[in-house]
Design a protein around this ligand. Structure first.
Ligand SMILES: CSCCC(=O)/C(O)=C/O
Ligand SMILES: [Fe+2]
Length: 197
């Protein structure tokens, strides 16, 4: 592969350190512990790299929306100038929570961190930049923060009428949480996957 073929990653993931420094910093462990997109997929977090300069006419995006039934679409810009009640929203996005439906976000400008819990309840930081689209499955505990560039414009997709309600942890009794555990965190014997890792 020549240098001109080299594509920058628009989605990168790593295990976070425990430091209580600014949430917008990368929070890498020392040494860094990256997480592959395949490992994210094992947690139900799926992703694509798309052409964000062409989202209006993108056949690949159209196909994903058709196949997965993503009929609803709008945009959410997160920065102090554009988001009403910015401080409150930023605080709420970073509270650990789950949704009873998928959270689908396509970053068309800027960047941000979607943090998700792994099989052992450790935080994985998922950095999504322009062109990255991710689906967080219903029932996964997660949170969102801007990075130090302080700006993201995300396309929000949904199946049918959108429901954005966050259920802050703990909400383990919800059917969506139970189904998530069954589908992604337990093996057939009902044991926690990766418990010894
Ligand atoms: C970049 S979209 C804002 C974050 C959000 O909508 C959400 O639900 C985070 O969990
Ligand atoms: Fe969320």
């Amino acid at each position: 592969m020549g240098a001109s073929d080299k594509r920058e990653e628009v989605i990168q993931a790593w295990y976070m350190n425990e430091s209580d420094e600014d949430q917008r910093l990368p929070h890498h462990r020392e040494p860094k512990e990256f997480v592959s997109l395949d490992k994210l997929a094992e947690l139900g977090v799926i992703s694509w790299r798309l052409d964000a300069d062409n989202y209006e006419n993108d056949e690949e995006l159209k196909k994903i929306r058709e196949e997965r039934g993503y009929s609803y679409m709008d945009f959410c810009e997160v920065c102090p100038e554009k988001l009403p009640n910015y401080e409150e929203k930023i605080k709420n996005f970073f509270e650990e929570h789950l949704h009873t439906d998928e959270e689908i976000r396509y970053c068309v400008a800027g960047s941000g961190y979607f943090d998700v819990r792994d099989h052992n309840d450790k935080w994985i930081r998922v950095w999504v930049e322009k062109g990255g689209m991710i689906v967080l499955p219903a029932g996964i505990y997660h949170r969102f923060t801007l990075d130090t560039d302080n700006y993201i414009k995300a396309m929000r997709l949904f199946v049918g009428d959108p429901v954005w309600t966050p259920f802050n942890r703990p909400h383990d009794h919800l059917p969506a949480r139970k189904e998530y555990i069954q589908n992604f965190l337990q093996n057939e014997g009902g044991q926690a996957v990766d418990a010894a890792a």
